[in-house]
Design a protein around this ligand. Sequence first.
Ligand SMILES: Cc1ncc(COP(=O)(O)O)c(C=O)c1O
Length: 388
Amino acid sequence: MLTDILTPPTLRQPQPVLNFDQARALGDQHGTPLLVVSRSRVIETYRTMRENLPGVELFYAAKANPDPHILKVLCEEGCSVDVCSYGELQAALQAGFTPESMLHTHPCKTDRNLLDCYAEGVRWFVYDNPAELDKIARLTPDVNLLLRLAVSADSSMINLSAKFGAELSSAIEMLLEARHRGLNVRGFSFHVGSQCLNPGDYEAALAGVRRVWDEALRLGFELEVLDIGGGFPAPYRDDRLMLLAEFCQTVSRGLQATFGDLPVRLIAEPGRGLCAESVTLITRVIGKSVRSGTAWYFIDDGLYGSFSGKAFDHTDFQLLADNPFGLPTSPCVVAGPTCDSSDVVSRDQLLPELNIGDLLLVPTMGAYTGASACPFNGLPVASSVAID
Ligand SMILES: Cc1ncc(COP(=O)(O)O)c(C=O)c1O
């Protein structure tokens, strides 16, 4: 409709990066299941974040999706990268990132992880406990450290302070522990939790961090880096989120209100927010049945594959069927390809009658999907292809 063209969108909903004709052509060429990465969508999202988080350096959290297509585009755009392991570091190196543009954010590393990443040239690491400081002092004492702090954020779907992060009340003690070992703490990091739905949560967390920062300055610590982590959300099934630009502007105002008076190097580590919407899954119906009067469709990807985000990441994905003539839809069960009965992708979405060989498109498939997939049952995980 003309009004759709003239009116800019005001809400973020799941949108595929390709249509069914393109999907059929790519499916025939590459096979399914297939994760399709839109380079232009990655670039657009990256630039939106850059423009609306002025003064904040973006370190893409490779854990969300270390797909070489995504890493390469972001590297070419001038993004930096957050890695947690030697494997993520290698993926980033192959995409063109240099060790100087990497921040290692795992607060509890194995000796091997620490030593291998250090040997490649990474010099920025994160800690949140004294035992990690012992490790760092023993193996790599000349690195720059950020102290990860735990913060609470009510609106986030995944609490990333449940496992990592020193309590704000113990932050000074953690700084003193580092000083005692002769280690160099250069700032703080925190994570409001993944899929944060209220950008105001950042300001609340920042206010607490600022109190600790001021106390640290009084004690003579020379802090210069503030890392606000990830958390930037993406639209999943039935979501109507505020636009990414608006979300970032609110975070930016929170930064200004809490740290605007200090000469701080600001960093963010967006994972999901940068990559989720840039990928659409093409999956194919491989079987069908009727059980107790309900249609069941079996597809070639499932909970052990690209839909692993449903199990680990608490996300629910929108399934789209090609229905140009508006055929009636009805409730059905859509199940993955493995022998596990729990491998069910959806029990409550309305779809038209499907036939074996039909394709489904699944938008917002870029974060914590292929990254956490495994080849259970000897079934290969989805491959990926990039389009412009
Ligand atoms: C330390 C750290 N930084 C960044 C991220 C990326 O978070 P998000 O995908 O919510 O942006 C994560 C996610 O687990 C994380 O643990």
